[in-house]
Write a protein that binds this ligand. Sequence first.
Ligand code: ADP
Ligand code: ADP
Length: 229
Amino acid sequence: PPAFRCADLAKIYRTGETEVHALRGVDLVIPAGEILVLLGPSGSGKSTLLNILGGLDRPTSGNLFYRDLDLAAMDDAELTRFRRANVGFIFQFYNLIPSLTAEENVRLVTDIAEKPMGAADALALVGLANRRNHYPAQLSGGEQQRVAVARAIAKQPGVLLCDEPTGALDSSTGVQVLETLAEANRTLGSTVVIITHNVGIAAMAHRVFHFLDGRIARVEVNEAPIDPA
Ligand code: ADP
Ligand code: ADP
C-alpha cells in the first residue's frame, strides 16, 4: 500500500465564534519510499496536513490511512503508538536538549524505539561521528539540525515529516541537511515529506504538491529527482 492516502480531508479550527478552514477536501496519495515536497503560500494548510499525517492532530472529516492503518479512527493512545512506531519529526528549530550531548539527545529516542539503530550509527549516518560528545551549544546550526535528523532517523521510521527543516540555515548548510534526508530515504527506505518555501528543494522530490487556500492546486511529478549534494 502507499505510505499515506487521504480522501476529502478537511480541517476546521474553531476558536470562539470564528472558524478557519485550514484544509478543504484534500485528496492525495503518497507512495511509499518517495520524497515529497509541500509548497505554497503561508497559511495554505501545509503544516496542518503534516501534523495530521504525523498523528499530532486529527482531521475534522475525511479518510486517512497510513499503509493499512486507519488514522482517522484512532484514539489518542493509538495515535501516540502510531507516532512512536512509524514517524520521525524534524522542525525548523532543532529542539535539542541543551544539557545533553549529541549522542545522549539521540539516545532519548533509541531507548524507547521498537527497532532502533545505535545512536552512534545514526550520528555517523549524518556525518557527525566526531561530534557525538559535543553539547548543542558547541555545534553550528547546521550540525544541530543534523543531530535532529539523526534523532529522527535512529528509530528507522517508515516516514520522516519535516516542517521547514532548512528554514533557519544558510543555503550551503541547508544542502547538507537535505543530503542527510536523501540518504535516509535511500538507505532506510523512509518516505520523506518536506514543507519548504524554497523552490530549489523541490528539485530533489519525486512529487511536489502545490497548496493554495487549503487545497492541493497541482501535483508535479518529477521523473528524475536531483540529488541535493
Ligand atoms: P503519470 O503516470 O502520468 O506519470 P501519475 O499517475 O503519477 O502520473 O499522476 C496522474 C495524475 O494524478 C496527475 O495528473 C496528478 O495530478 C495526479 N496525481 C499524481 N500523484 C498524485 C498524488 N500523490 N495525489 C494526488 N494526485 C496525484
Ligand atoms: P501553512 O503551513 O501553509 O503556513 P497552516 O497549516 O499553518 O499553513 O495554517 C492554515 C490555516 O490554519 C491558517 O489560516 C492558520 O492561521 C490556521 N491555523 C493553523 N493552526 C491553527 C490553530 N491551532 N488554531 C487556529 N487556526 C490555525
